[in-house]
Design a protein around this ligand. Sequence first.
Ligand SMILES: [Zn+2]
Length: 345
Amino acid sequence: MEDPRGILEIAGKRIPPGKRMKIEIPIARLFDDTEMSMPVMVIRGRESGPVLFLSAAIHGDEINGVETIKRLLANKRINSKIKGTLIAMPIVNAYGFNSNSRYLPDRRDLNRCFPGSETGSLGGQIAHILMREIIEKSTHGIDLHTGAIHRTNLPQIRADLTDPETETLAKAFGVPVIIDSNTRDGSLRQAALEKGIPMLLFEGGEALRYEEKVIQTALMGILSVMESIGMIAPKERKRRKRPENVFIARTSYWVRAPHSGSLRVRVKLGAMVKEGQTLGVISDPYGSYMAKVKSHRTGIIIGMTMLPLLNQGDAMFHIAIFEDSEAVEERLEDFDDALDLNDGR
Ligand SMILES: [Zn+2]
């Protein structure tokens, strides 16, 4: 917990309680000597409380999270009355963001460079600055992602549920599907966990797109986590509402293309598929060859390719295994309907 009278300093700038401040954290210079910096918005409440960091576009082309953070910062519940501090980093990989790319200029994946070092590659240096200036000063975190290019993901939380505090946060986020996943080497999530900071990874939608349902889901999830850790007061109507069901998958698998060709998809994201069900058909351009693509086990489609042109072995459908897939499908439909109702803004 943060001390309200304590000093919060980011990149040499002091943020007093009750202040909202935009800070540019210097990173490295471009070839032409242009200075690169990472924009960070800090909202420090008057009262003490948790320090929550939000990050988006660690993969520069995953932009749903950028819009999510923008809308969160405009939300009237986010003001000096929050308890604790919100540190929002809408564009972590500014290089990739400005060039519609997932990667850094040296083709490195920033989310494999953590915790980084002062003398490392560009990615290592950025990771190190992020750890030192933000992550190590935080008590909780949420990292926003989308599927990679030409792939879409069902809105979902990925978290290491072996940590009870992380599990509580994951459930508080409120999306129907949680994937219990170990952290990958070099990821921000792993580096935060090693510092004892519980954090969630939100996945939803496709790279290089703004998707209304995904943005709304992420926004509601962040606000819901902020309620659960006491940063904002829960809304009246929500206080009376029963907690919604969340479903945890402990395993998932990818169905890969059995043959090169073009794919006609027969299922949709969030649908339940049974073992042996046809997910799509791959054919050549003349229609003289057809191959059915089948699921290996019953589960829910949590990710899929958006590009119908496939090489043999390409990942096509990501299927998560649940105890009761039918219940998950039903809950996902209800969740979707509820979002539609909110659409008339
Ligand atoms: Zn990503």
